[in-house]
Design a protein around this ligand. Sequence first.
Ligand code: ADP
Length: 593
Amino acid sequence: MRPTRSGRVPLVAALLLAVASALALALVPAGLALDRRIEAVLRSTAVEDLGRAPMILEDRTAAREEALSMHAMSVASADGMAQALADGRTGDALAQATETAAMYGEDPVLVGPDGGWVAGPPVPSDALQAVRRGETPVLYVFDGGMPRSLALAPVGGTGEDWMGAAGTSSPMDSTMATTLAALARADVTLVGADGTLVASTLAADSAAALAAAVRSGAGRAASEKVDEIAVGEGLTWVAAAPVADAGRVLFSRSADEELAVLPGVRRSALLAGGLTLILALGVGAVVALSLARPVGGLAAAAGRVAEGDFAAPVPSSPIEELDRLSRAFRSMRTSLQSRLAELATANEELEERQHRLRDLQAELIRQDRLASSARMAAELAHEIRNPVANVRNCLEVVRRKLPEGSESAAFADMAIDELLRMHELAEHLLDLNRPVDPGAGSCDPVAVVRQVATLASMGHQPVPVDLRADGVDVRVPMPPDALKQILFNLVDNAREAAGGEQPVVVAVTAGADTVTVDVLDRGPGIAQEVAARLFDPFFTTKDAVTGVGLGLFVAEGLARRYGGRMDAANRDDGPGARFRVVLPRGPEPEVAV
Ligand code: ADP
């Protein structure tokens, strides 16, 4: 698995790892348990089978013993047998016994009337006694290094008729081992009473090793009846069955051979496990990709949202939960987009309001400043008005005593005129601070502008006035003289700014609550550095002869006195200044300032 550059594992790899881990966790212990179980079953089956082998031997022995008794009786009752023994013709008797025993593939056993041995393995005396009593015993003896079965029957009868004993014997050899091996489905090894190897279905060295191991008593119990013995390099399970005192039959199975199927089973299990893993990883990869693709698409779309792109495609998924997530993401994105749009609009509105608030604050500060300036100017005017009137009265007395046409009279007239001008100025300044007379009246602003235009075009410095007031028929709560004085000041300034040749435009417009009078010229306009101080008292950019700096101050004061306001700006439609007077609409004056 390759971690990404962030050090995190991709979803597909994580899912595949989970599938592989889950399979490994499930398959490996299950495989090991199965392996152990198979081994245990194979082992116990083999051991149980082997444990039953001695019973097979017992059954076979029982059946065989009957046959052997019959064979013995057949030999004992052979024609002329009793007579030959009675006559002492043991050679004839033996020939007869040999012939009859040969019919069964067995060896003859013959005992004379005196109990003396004639042929066959030596017969134990108790067995001979039993024969004398008329029994037909079957017994096993170890003779000539080999266990043998021995069956005897009386010849001639019992008591006085008893002529001896005859019967058959057969060795327990490789033929018997092969027969038993087929019946018991196990290898069979015959060992004699002294522990020596007699016959075996095993290879000679294996048989010898097994016989030696059994003789030495090595091994441990694999079950009640079966021992597990190390023979050579492998393990062998062995069930031993005694054959009277003549020897033992060893039934054996090689553990290696019994479990030989295991490696093949293991290989198959490994192959099946590998194929299952590959199949599971394949299916897991398909599922993981169908999970990872929509998740990756969602992550990409979320990243694009962070960059401000709300139109990135959001994939659908056949998996219900993922598809629900996609739908939720889409609706979340849509509402986020509309919230952001609302926020942007609210921000714009807020900015606009702040702008308006700043303008309003500046206007309030300006008006406050102008109001206090007007108060100060009025106080000053009040202080100088009476002395100026007194000086003028004195000068008029002096003037009356001067001869008409004299140079002194001319000087006195000039001084009187200047004092008159000063008096008027003081009166104007005082007017600014006087309460408004409720009966001051109102006027038609268009008519006033017309009068001003007529006077301006006739003065000693005439200027054409272009009146624009189409369809305006309103009144403003201001005496006509006050509006006239405002407009005179503005038209005069406009004439001076434009050089006197250009016409001055006066436009009157009516709003719902206000009437606006704009005075426009084509002069140089208003420089930025003086804009804030235009309406200040005694502010002028003109020389001492032409400028006093009270024109705009008085005009603004008059406008404010009658509930209006004034401002100045440069024109939007080219060079020049625009002075605006905004007055309330209606016949009654507002509260005085
Ligand atoms: P004054 O005319 O005696 O200077 P005002 O109060 O009438 O006093 O004007 C103050 C100043 O405002 C002027 O000196 C001038 O600089 C400026 N001003 C007034 N009207 C105009 C105008 N139409 N164009 C440019 N500047 C003007």
